[in-house]
Design a protein around this ligand. Structure first.
Ligand code: UDX
Length: 447
């Protein structure tokens, strides 16, 4: 009989995973404790902007015309416990308020709520990013609380999807990593990830701690790579070098590689910043804090970028203050092709300038609603053109394609001063300068 799958938590990770599992042919039940989310998903609507996800979902949600009907949603743990042979736990682990450690309360509550309903053999698979050692602890909880006792197994299967590419990353992963303690768990996961997802993807089998560490190590490496190039940007600025050329030149070395070497206002989002902090906190608990002190530097280089952009903007509008100055901010999300504004460098910079008396107007193609909720006191415009109208300086802080396609000549007509600061090194300096703009970027020489 075909395996039945539940997916607990329907954020970026869970909603995408549930739809992908239905696409592979499994019967899937998605669970979330927020009834509004369940109502939306059951109607075939995705509560966030993620390219391709709504189409994938609508192909499978029961009740939608022409769908496979293989995907349903619920708020009931009892129903999930009865339904699933494999239960994927995909809830988030945000940073704790005012601390480096991550907040495990959603994961803990998902396991505690599911366990009493596991009355027959099942495999529970953790996908959330957790501090190393969590799987072992959660395995003990399942053994104590699940009525089926030893017939309930645990596996850890970290997820590496990127926002904006979530569907593709889930259906065609670089690698599948599974932390298991038994051959039966490995066998079941190989079955779940059989074609087409698993096709061509290396399948790495590990123990629990290694599987948990793979995820935090991968994100720490990516964060380090970005902070490395941003550190080089600081040196380039001091020495008159060009960090974009430098990145291109070192990137030709295959051992270094070209990706993740874009200098600018740095990394943000719901993963990299909190993952490196939680990793440091956990290493401290394990007595291995010295091994990760470099991550503190990675974090501080990253945060320095935001302040540096604010200084650059202040210097551009006259040096001492933003009072009476209009600042246009292009971009609010932490990266393009997402509506996610969590720990967004763009909004952080906009907020700092606002606090220092600047009149800030923000425009973003998809992140406006979330930005307005998080920073209600900033000014907002409905188009890039409206945002830059009357601006003394324009800041490009999220590299949406829409911004690369703007006509600099047209925008030059509506600003007060045609000065653009490219915080993502993503615009074409020649095109902007030819249209009469003063173009400045982070880590590059002034023209
Ligand atoms: C990241 C990991 O890439 C993914 O594997 C993991 O599962 C979750 O965390 P995500 O947060 O979606 O994914 O975004 P990512 O594409 O990694 O970008 C993170 C941040 O780094 C963004 O703010 C982006 O603008 C910034 N970045 C990225 C740079 O500043 N320079 C770069 O060269 C690349």
């Amino acid at each position: 009989m075909a395996l039945k799958i539940t997916v607990i938590g329907t954020g970026y990770l869970g909603a995408t995973h549930a739809a992908a599992m239905a696409e592979l042919g499994f019967e899937v039940l998605g669970l979330d404790v927020v009834p509004e989310k369940i109502d939306m998903l059951s109607a075939g609507r995705v509560p966030m902007y993620e390219p391709g996800l709504e189409e994938l979902l609508r192909r499978h949600v029961a009740g939608i015309e022409g769908s496979s009907g293989r995907l349903r949603f619920t708020t009931s743990y009892e129903e999930a416990g009865e339904f699933g042979d494999v239960h994927f736990v995909c809830v988030n682990t945000p940073q704790k308020h005012g601390e480096y450690a991550c907040d495990m309360s959603y994961v803990d509550s998902a396991f505690a709520s599911l366990a009493p309903h596991l009355k027959r053999p099942a495999l529970v698979v953790g996908k959330s990013t957790v501090p190393v050692g969590s799987a072992e602890r959660l395995g003990r909880l399942l053994a104590e609380k699940a009525p089926a006792g030893p017939d309930v197994e645990l596996a850890w299967n970290p997820e590496f999807l990127r926002e904006g590419f979530a569907v593709d990353d889930t259906l065609h992963p670089d690698r599948i990593v599974v932390g298991v303690e038994s051959e039966s768990a490995e066998k079941l996961l190989r079955e779940v990830y059989a074609t087409p997802v698993g096709e061509g993807s290396p399948f790495v089998v590990t123990d629990f701690p290694t599987a948990e560490l793979v995820k935090t190590a991968a994100n720490s490496f990516l964060a380090t790579k970005i902070s490395f190039i941003n550190a080089m940007a600081e040196v380039c600025e001091a020495a008159g070098g060009d960090v974009v050329k430098l990145a291109e030149a070192i990137g030709y070395d295959e051992r270094i590689g070209k990706k993740f070497l874009r200098a600018g206002v740095g990394f943000g989002g719901g993963c990299l910043p909190k993952d490196i902090r939680a990793f440091m906190a956990r290493a401290g608990e394990l007595g291995a804090d010295q091994a990760l002190t470099f991550l503190r530097e990675v974090d501080s280089i990253n945060m320095r970028r935001r302040g540096h952009m604010v200084e650059l903007a202040r210097e551009t509008v006259g040096g001492t203050s933003f009072l009476g100055k209009r600042v246009a901010v292009l971009g609010a999300t932490f990266k393009p092709d997402s509506d996610d504004v969590r720990d967004s460098p763009a909004l952080n910079v906009a907020g700092q300038i606002h606090l220092q008396g600047g009149q800030v107007t923000v425009y973003d193609p998809k992140g406006m609603d979330n930005a307005r909720r998080l920073f209600p006191t900033l000014g907002y415009a409905d188009t890039a053109r409206e945002a830059v109208r009357g601006a003394d300086v324009v800041l490009h802080l999220t590299e949406w394609r829409e911004f690369r396609e703007l006509d600099p000549a047209e925008l030059a007509e509506v600003v007060t001063s045609p000065i653009i600061l490219d915080g993502r090194n993503a615009l074409d300096p020649v095109a902007w300068r030819e249209a009469g703009w003063t173009y400045r970027a982070m880590g590059r020489p002034r023209a």
